[in-house]
Design a protein around this ligand. Structure first.
Ligand code: ZN
Length: 521
C-alpha cells in the first residue's frame, strides 16, 4: 500500500524511481531496521508504563516504576548512540540506492544520534539532575507564590540550555537550536514575522470583541453528571471516527493521547461536574491527536517514522477537531438535540444557537490552559518573546515577573496580581522545555490553513459536518497528513496539503468570519 503511494508520490513530483538496494547495503539495511525496531519496542514498553503510571498505578508504586522506566530508557538511549548505529547510519547515508522509507529512517536516526552525542554525557547527566530538582522547586514556588526561590534554578536551567544550543549548533539565534527539538528546521527569523502578525491582529480583534455583544454562558456551569458526560463523550468519539478496537478512553487530571503501538492509541480526559466544556472538548482534542496516530500507514510500524511528524502538525489535528469541527455552528446544529436529550434539565430552554455561542465565548484570562481559541495564541506570544530573550541572553531572569505583567497587559488587557497566575503557571521551563510553546500556536495556524485547503476538495465541508459525515474529512486528512507519519517533514506536509508554508492568513480569516457574527462586530 505505502510503497505504491511512495512510487506515485515520486512520479507526481517527476522524481526518482523506487530502487531496491543490493549487496552489503541490503544486509546493513535489514540490520539497521532491526535495531530501530528494537528501539521502538523499548519505546512502546515505556509508553505503556507511563500510561499506566498516569491512569492506574497505586501511589506507592512510583519508585519501582521509575526504576523500570529508567532502565528501559537507558537501554534505548544506548542503542541510539551506539558505535553500531553510527556505522549503519554512515554506510546507509552513503548508499545511492536506498529506498525512500529507509532513507528517511536514516535521516531521523542521524538527527537523534547527533542531538544525543553532541552533548557530553556528564553535562547531560547534570541537566537531568538539575531539571528534576528544578521541577520540585518550581512546584513549591508556585504553591507559595514565591518567584525569588525559583529564580536561581531557572537561571541555571536556561544557562544549561544555552550551553546545549552551542553543542547542537545553529545559524543565527541560539533559540533556533531549541526550537529545532520540536519543529525541525524552524527558526526565530520565520517565527518573528508570522507571530507579529498573529499578535497584532488578534489584539485588534480582541479589542473589538470586548466592545461586542457577549453571549450568555452561565448554564455551562450547572451540574453535569460525570457518568452522563462520559457516556456522551464516548458516543461522540465514535461519531468522529475514533477506532474503539484500537483505543480506549480513561480519566486523568491532565488529558493526553499516547500511542502504545500499531492498533493501540489511547486517550484520556477529565470530568468536571460544574463545567461542561472540559470533558467533551478535551476528549475531542485528544481524539484529534489519536485520529492522526490511528491512521498512520501500518507499513511504517516498527520504524522510527511511525509517529506524528512534528508538534505543530500534531497540534493542528487536535485543534482542527476540537475547534474548527467541534466548536462550529453546523456541528452543534446537528448534535445539539442529542446533547440536550442527555441533559434535559441542565439545557432546558437553551437553544442550539445559545449553546454554540456559549462554547465560543472569548474572554481574556490569566491561565493559558483555560484560554479560548482567540486569546490562546496571545498567551503563547508572551512566552515566545520571553523565551527568545532568555535564550539570546537579552533578558534577565529577575525581570521576568514584571515583563510578564507588561506583556499580558499589552496583549490581553489583564495582568496577574501574583506570580502563581503569571510567570510561575507552567511546568515547562523548570523541565527545560524551551522552544516547546510556539508549537501550540503553529498548530492553530496549521489547522486553519488545512481547513481552507480541505474546502477546495470538499466545498461542502460545513454541510458534511452538519450531517455528522466525517468519513470524507478523515479521508482527506489521511491522504494529506495521517498516513505519512514522519515520512514527510512538517514543511513538506504543509506545502503538499495546502500549497504554501505555514502562515497566519487563514487563522486570522477564520477568526474574523466566525467571531464577527457571534459578537455582532
Ligand atoms: Zn494537544
Amino acid at each position: 500500500m505505502l510503497f505504491k503511494w511512495i512510487a506515485e508520490l515520486l512520479t507526481r513530483r517527476g522524481g526518482y524511481e523506487v530502487q531496491v538496494s543490493s549487496g552489503t547495503t541490503a544486509t546493513t539495511r535489514e540490520d539497521f531496521r532491526a535495531m530501530v525496531k528494537t528501539m521502538m519496542d523499548y519505546k512502546s514498553a515505556l509508553d505503556l508504563l507511563d500510561w499506566d503510571a498516569q491512569t492506574q498505578m497505586p501511589e506507592q508504586g512510583v519508585q519501582a516504576r521509575s526504576d523500570a522506566m529508567g532502565m528501559l530508557a537507558a537501554a534505548r538511549f544506548r542503542l541510539s548512540v551506539s558505535a553500531q548505529m553510527q556505522e549503519y547510519l554512515g554506510e546507509l547515508a552513503a548508499s545511492a540506492t536506498l529506498d525512500p522509507v529507509t532513507r528517511r529512517m536514516v535521516a531521523i536516526g542521524q538527527r537523534e544520534y547527533d542531538r544525543n552525542c553532541k552533548v557530553p554525557e556528564a553535562r547531560f547527566q547534570a541537566y537531568v539532575t538539575l531539571t528534576t530538582q528544578a521541577q520540585s522547586v518550581w512546584a513549591k514556588a508556585r504553591e507559595e507564590d514565591d518567584f525569588a526561590s525559583f529564580a536561581p534554578w531557572l537561571l541555571r536551567v536556561i544557562q544549561m540550555k544555552r550551553e546545549f544550543a552551542e553543542y547542537w549548533g545553529y545559524d543565527e539565534h541560539p533559540y533556533d537550536a531549541m526550537l529545532d527539538e520540536y519543529e525541525p528546521g524552524l527558526t526565530v527569523a520565520e517565527l518573528d514575522a508570522t507571530f507579529a502578525l498573529v499578535r497584532d491582529q488578534t489584539v485588534q480583534l480582541l479589542d473589538r470583541i470586548r466592545k461586542g455583544r457577549k453571549p450568555e454562558a452561565e448554564f455551562l456551569q450547572r451540574y453535569f453528571d460525570p457518568a452522563r458526560q462520559r457516556d456522551f463523550s464516548r458516543w461522540m468519539l465514535g461519531q468522529l471516527g475514533y477506532d474503539w478496537r484500537s483505543g480506549r478512553l480513561d480519566e486523568t487530571a491532565h488529558p493526553f493521547c499516547t500511542t502504545i503501538g500499531h492498533g493501540d492509541v489511547r486517550i484520556t480526559t477529565r470530568y468536571l461536574p460544574h463545567f461542561f466544556n472540559s470533558a467533551l472538548f478535551g476528549a475531542i482534542h485528544e481524539c484529534g491527536h489519536a485520529l492522526y496516530e490511528q491512521n498512520i500507514s501500518g507499513e511504517l510500524f516498527g520504524t522510527n517514522l511511525f509517529e506524528g511528524t512534528s508538534m505543530g502538525i500534531h497540534e493542528s489535528q487536535s485543534r482542527f477537531w476540537e475547534n474548527i469541527v467541534g466548536r462550529s455552528e453546523s456541528f452543534w446544529e446537528h448534535y445539539y438535540p442529542a446533547l440536550q436529550s442527555h441533559f434535559p434539565d441542565q439545557l432546558a430552554g437553551v437553544t442550539w444557537r445559545d449553546f454554540y455561542a456559549a462554547v465560543n465565548v472569548v474572554e481574556p484570562s490569566l491561565i493559558r490552559v483555560e484560554a479560548d481559541e482567540v486569546t490562546y495564541n496571545l498567551h503563547i506570544m508572551v512566552r515566545y518573546e520571553l523565551e527568545k530573550g532568555l535564550a539570546g541572553g537579552d533578558l534577565r531572569v529577575a525581570d521576568l515577573p514584571a515583563i510578564w505583567r507588561e506583556k499580558m497587559q499589552a496583549y490581553l488587557g489583564i495582568a496577574p496580581g501574583n506570580d502563581r497566575d503569571g510567570v510561575l503557571q507552567d511546568v515547562h521551563w523548570s523541565s527545560g522545555l524551551f522552544g516547546y510553546f510556539p508549537s501550540y500556536a503553529l498548530g492553530n495556524l496549521n489547522s486553519a490553513q488545512m481547513a481552507h485547503a480541505m474546502r477546495r476538495a470538499l466545498p461542502d465541508l460545513s454541510a458534511l459536518i452538519g450531517r455528522g459525515e466525517f468519513a470524507p474529512v478523515r479521508a482527506w486528512l489521511t491522504d494529506q497528513v495521517y498516513q505519512h507519519g514522519k515520512l514527510k517533514t512538517a514543511a513538506q506536509i504543509m506545502m503538499d496539503a495546502t500549497g504554501e508554508p505555514t502562515n497566519a492568513t487563514y487563522l486570522l480569516k477564520y477568526f474574523a468570519e466566525k467571531y464577527s457574527p457571534l459578537y455582532a462586530l
